[in-house]
Design a protein around this ligand. Sequence first.
Ligand SMILES: C[S@@+](CC[C@H](N)C(=O)[O-])C[C@H]1O[C@@H](n2cnc3c(N)ncnc32)[C@H](O)[C@@H]1O
Length: 315
Amino acid sequence: MLQDQKRCETYREAILEAVRPGCSVLDIGAGTGILSLFAVQAGAQKVYAVERTSIAEFARQMVKINGAEEWVEVIQGEMETVELPEKVDVIVSELLGHLGVDENLLPPMLIARDRWLKPRGRILPGRVSTWMAPVEDKKMEQDLVFWRSRPYGMDLSLIAYAVAQEVHRRRKDIRMDHLLAEPRRLWTTDLYAHSTDKAHLPFQASLSFLATRQGSFSALAGWFCAEFDNRLILTNAPSAPDTHWGRVTFSLERPKKVHPGTEIMVEFTCESAGPSDTLSRWSVRVGEEPWEHHVQDKLAPGGEVQHMSKERKPQ
Ligand SMILES: C[S@@+](CC[C@H](N)C(=O)[O-])C[C@H]1O[C@@H](n2cnc3c(N)ncnc32)[C@H](O)[C@@H]1O
């Protein structure tokens, strides 16, 4: 993440613009403390760097090595429950998942906004939207063909089923020429205005695409667009310079032929599944064909959902 210069430079520019000398800043999910150090570069008088994991100790060392101990206080704890001695002028945070809100961005940000942001304080980023488009994903098509080809004389088609329920992240290979239709926005979250009561609600969207070209529709690709107040944008869109996020893809069971004007209907849901994790469901209909339904990490047709949250995955 720290080598992702697009990510780091966009945050740095936004922080240098928003943080005035003498400001107080809250860095939510400080990690190594990089955003807190940017705030010190901008002239912040006091920075509270809140981090839930033991990387907080590493952040303390980073702050010390960079001579910023006078200004940065690293606090190890959950943002939702930590106590600060004062309200702040600026909240900055990089809790962006591949779809923006899908690493539970909202609960810590909104609770911190309500408790610790001064009236007319700034939030970086201030708005996050989520986008999607149907794509031709030859790599996924080849994987599914392999699992269904009786490799080693075995029926491994169950793996094809499981792969088609997986959420495939960091897909830098998915670019504009893979798109089969104009992208559509699923939702926009205004971090200044979004109600804290709705922070944990599932995100849901119903979308209709019209194919703009002939091709084989094998996945949905998703990305986010994070806006900072001064119109700076950080995005992992297929049209933008690369970031470490790449695109996230949601596969179909089998590719479906589409032609210019073919209607593609999508129902998409993203719900909370643990402190930094979400569970996605996607249903797809092409023209008059029946709906095809997917649940993230469902391992077998008809079986129970065996979603493995990050917390339960073997290390
Ligand atoms: C994507 S990393 C970003 C780290 C750093 N801000 C940066 O930009 O490099 C997100 C960090 O937020 C922390 N985090 C997530 N939710 C949190 C919460 N509710 N309270 C405190 N820390 C949290 C995670 O442990 C992780 O270290």
